[in-house]
Write a protein that binds this ligand. Structure first.
Ligand code: UDP
Ligand code: MG
Length: 331
């Protein structure tokens, strides 16, 4: 009879667990999204929170050092709705850092990452949760099958990026994959276990593995505000992806160096033979200059590539935090 209270306690804890609805955390990075936030919040309330009564929700919005009124809108929304949590950074740390902060603070059994410009349709959240409930998968991810409304040059470069990275990396990259996805807790914990400073989430999500189901949809244009990605920023992001998930560029110098050395050796033998038969007329200044410039260029390129890796190693070794939080309503 001594353990009766323990049994009661276990029973009530079990009852609590059984009564508790599964919790879904929605993580959404925001940078200068003043015009978008009220529209986004209204859409989420109408399409997700009020429709999916089976779940409890928390909406984690990360203010990534916005220069407009994003933070004050977040404060106002958080006062009206206790499901709304926000984290505000001390400056702009980038979308990757914002997603990381959101995942780290998410308490849900399921965690969804999405943008707040409604390019990631909230209607799909119900389908995602449904598939997680009914299928044997740990993550439901999305990919755009069209790039309608996007500048042609941007689409062409994006395709080239996916072709290259899939050739040189062991991790599979899906063309058109968005960051918009719903994950079970186990996937989120695995993602958070990767302590890298330079985060390339599209690769990290694939690298951690687990069963992923894919939902496809047509590209939707931003509802308000403008894209934060310039062509230069996207190029840097692509380099980030390649350097984070492949060391093949480092082998380029070895490969080209070996070929050039072999050719140089053959050429030397030919020159010696020619000199022995016909003497040594001084000629070939232009070809000498071309070869020197070409090799000089290649050596600089190889050094640059090594530099990219060294720089990342350097940043990682410094162990700076991925983001700095200035304000939040999460305890
Ligand atoms: N974003 C961010 N920090 C940045 C840039 C963007 O948090 O430095 C957020 C932005 O507010 C949006 C999402 O990341 O919610 C995607 O950005 P955007 O719509 O500009 O990108 P695109 O859809 O054009 O790729
Ligand atoms: Mg967008």
């Amino acid at each position: 009879m001594n353990d009766q209270p323990l049994v009661t306690k276990i029973n009530s804890a079990l009852g609590e667990i059984l009564r508790r609805k599964p919790m879904v955390s929605i993580v959404c990075p925001c940078y200068n999204e003043e015009p978008m936030l009220p529209i986004y919040y209204e859409a989420m309330e109408r399409i997700v929170f009020s429709q999916l009564a089976k779940y409890d929700f928390e909406l984690i919005l990360i203010n990534d050092g916005s220069k407009d009124k994003t933070l004050s809108i977040l404060r106002e929304l958080a006062q009206k709705d206790e499901r709304l949590k926000y984290i505000s950074f001390s400056r702009n740390f980038g979308k990757e850092a914002a997603m990381y902060a959101g995942l780290k603070n998410a308490k849900g059994d399921y965690v969804c990452v999405m943008d707040c410009d409604l390019q990631d349709p909230p209607e799909m959240i119900a389908t995602m949760l449904d598939r997680l409930d009914t299928e044997d998968c740990d993550c439901v991810a999305t990919r755009r099958v069209t790039r309608k409304g996007e500048p042609k040059i941007r689409s062409a470069f994006a395709r080239a990026f996916y072709r290259i990275i899939n050739k040189i990396s062991d991790t599979e990259f899906v063309d058109g994959a968005r960051d918009f996805r719903m994950m079970r807790r186990c996937v989120v914990d695995a993602v958070l276990d990767l302590p890298e400073y330079h985060r390339f989430s599209k690769g990290i999500f694939m690298w951690v593995g687990f069963n992923t189901a894919w939902l496809e949809y047509e590209n939707i244009e931003r509802v308000a505000g403008e894209t934060k990605w310039s062509f230069w920023k996207l190029t840097k992001y692509a380099i980030e992806g390649i350097v984070s998930f492949s060391t093949a560029p480092l082998q380029l110098a070895t490969a080209v160096g070996s070929i050039v050395s072999a050719l140089a050796l053959i050429y030397m033998v030919i020159r010696v033979v020619i000199a022995m038969i016909w003497g040594n007329p001084v000629a070939g200044y232009p070809s000498l200059l071309a070869i020197t410039l070409c090799l000089g260029g290649f050596i600089l390129l190889a050094l640059g590539i090594i530099g990219e890796y060294v720089a990342r190693t350097y940043m990682q070794v410094k162990q700076r935090p991925i983001y700095i939080q200035k304000e939040s309503n999460i305890d």
